[in-house]
Design a protein around this ligand. Structure first.
Ligand SMILES: Nc1ncnc2c1ncn2[C@@H]1O[C@H](COP(=O)(O)OP(=O)(O)OP(=O)(O)O)[C@@H](O)[C@H]1O
Ligand SMILES: [Mg+2]
Length: 260
């Protein structure tokens, strides 16, 4: 049986093809301004990578904020369930999932079977999301992918006291003006996002193992800062950005076969 999961996020649209519980291929494309076109592009790309034709796919499940814009999906499931299911598949010991995407962040508690027990979500404010890091990377003339390396060069972290993206950006501008080294500013920003995320995680309660998903998990500076703040080891899967789509493909498989 072949199933597909499509996660239409605010920044990236990710697709995973699964055959009998094994990942055949995945794709990650920019969502851009048209969610539906992004879903079609991601799906075409993943089919091509796997050398599979559309007619061979049994079931497609869509997730993410744009999940209603996937006309070829057989069903829609929330991101919370999909990140939970995907994380538990990758590591059955995971009990806490922290997903930081482009426009929101979530903390999810799982039972031993990958079912969601409880969750908390921040989708009201850019601080504590990938957007916060994008704004700051831009201001510092770095790419988001370069932030982790820059953090490694720091000897200390600059103090960033504001929790608001707009005011934190003003702080970054004055730190630059005062000649504070860029790596220290980056580490300060990573601490700030970690503090916000840890606050939310501690409100929900953190149980080991902890897994981090979403694009921001590709930033080792954030992962380290968050691990320090939580006092817990954080597992990052090889491709954290596709965990939601993976969960959707697993749920599609269960829908079709009735088996987990
Ligand atoms: N190579 C990378 N290195 C570091 N950070 C990255 C990298 N690629 C993406 N990111 C970060 O990941 C974020 C996007 O994450 P992701 O693709 O999971 O978001 P999304 O699922 O589209 O958004 P949401 O779930 O909020 O709708 C970007 O804002 C950026 O900060
Ligand atoms: Mg997402």
């Amino acid at each position: 049986m072949i199933t597909a999961g499509i996660d239409v996020g605010s920044l990236s649209t990710d697709a995973v093809l699964l055959r009998d519980g094994e990942v055949l291929a995945y794709s990650i494309v920019n969502t851009g301004a048209q969610a539906r076109a992004a879903a079609e592009r991601a799906f075409e790309e993943v089919l091509e990578k796997a050398g599979i034709s559309l007619s061979e796919v049994d079931t497609v499940v869509a997730t993410g904020y744009g999940r209603m814009s996937v006309p070829f999906a057989d069903g829609q499931v929330t991101e919370i369930s999909c990140h939970g299911r995907g994380s538990a598949f990758l590591n059955p010991e995971v009990r806490t999932v922290i997903d930081i995407g482009g426009q929101d962040s979530k903390v999810i508690r799982l039972d031993g079977q990958g079912n969601v027990i409880d969750f908390l979500m921040n989708d009201k404010c850019a601080a504590g999301t990938g957007r916060f890091l994008e704004v700051m990377a831009d201001r510092l003339e770095l790419s988001v992918a370069g932030l982790g390396n820059e953090d490694l060069k720091a000897e200390r972290a600059a103090e960033i006291s504001s929790m608001c993206t707009v005011f934190a950006e003003s702080e970054v501008i004055s730190l630059i003006a005062r000649g504070v080294p860029r790596p220290e500013i980056v580490r300060g920003l990573h601490r700030s996002i970690a503090e916000r995320t840890a606050g939310m995680a501690n409100r929900l309660g953190v149980m080991p193992r902890v897994m981090m998903t979403g694009g921001v998990a590709k930033n080792p500076g954030v992962v380290r800062a968050l691990s320090e703040k939580l006092g817990a080891e954080i597992v990052v899967p090889p491709e954290p950005q596709i965990v939601g789509a993976l969960g959707a493909a697993l749920i599609a498989r269960k829908k079709r076969s009735g088996k987990a």
